[in-house]
Design a protein around this ligand. Structure first.
Ligand code: SAH
Length: 217
């Protein structure tokens, strides 16, 4: 087990997984959440208990680590198969990245805020998670690493960025919260083998907005 992950943390995490399990039935996702030490993705160790409550939490630069319920639902909608290449937009704390790694995905993740990108790159390496972290604009995706089996957007998008659909394999799925008034509606967009798109809605959520400008540190 990873350093700084004692009985107390594991106990709190078990309770969180139990609570999430009442709504999310995906055992692979629940297993992954059960293995990621969420308290190590929150900078202030004084907030140990809050790390395992079902709340979003500030991670600096006006950004937040997503609420565990949201991570569980998005991860489940993504239906990751071990070995698949997944593009994540909005690295943030790296928590969702770690959950995807635990699901066996090969993850490429983009963050537009340099300080978050730098800090999270160091954190994931320290915890032994091997993902490709890019500093850039998620609207453009990561053409150098395309195509992807799955794409996951973890900030509220004004609409589906065309580049992300272009970089999705036929048979692949995009999970994206799309703005609708004050909050967002979670969409899955499946690219069918013939290239046509199938869109479904999965309820309302609240994310920080997806912004175009890169923020340097
Ligand atoms: N997956 C993250 C969620 C962080 S919140 C986690 O588990 O912690 C969403 C993140 O998206 C923020 O860090 C924000 O800076 C980033 N973001 C916003 N617009 C973006 C864009 N256009 N490209 C890449 N990242 C973006």
């Amino acid at each position: 087990m990873k350093a700084n992950d004692g009985h107390l943390q594991q106990g709190l995490r078990r309770k969180l997984v139990e609570a999430l399990g009442r709504e999310v039935k995906d055992t692979a996702v629940l297993g992954a959440i059960g293995r990621v030490p969420r308290h190590l993705f929150i900078d202030d160790t004084a907030f140990l208990r809050q790390a395992y409550e079902d709340i979003a939490f500030p991670i600096g630069m006006g950004q937040t680590i997503s609420q565990p319920r949201t991570v569980a639902i998005q991860s489940s909608l993504l239906q990751v198969v071990k070995g698949e290449k997944v593009l994540e937009i909005g690295t943030g704390s790296g928590y969702q990245t770690a959950v995807l790694c635990e699901l066996g995905a090969r993850v490429v993740t983009i963050e537009r805020m340099k300080p978050l990108h730098v800090r999270t790159k160091a954190r994931l390496a320290e915890l032994g998670y091997k993902a490709t972290l890019l500093y850039g604009d998620g609207f453009a995706g990561a053409p150098a690493y395309a195509p992807f089996d799955k794409v996951l957007v973890t900030c509220g998008a004004p609409d589906v960025p065309p580049a992300l659909l272009d970089q999705l394999k036929p048979g692949g799925r995009l999970v994206i919260p799309v703005s609708a008034g004050q909050d967002q509606v979670m969409w899955t967009v499946d690219k069918q083998p013939d290239g046509s798109l199938l869109r479904r809605e999965h309820g309302r959520f609240r994310f920080v907005p997806m912004l175009t400008q890169k923020v340097a540190g």
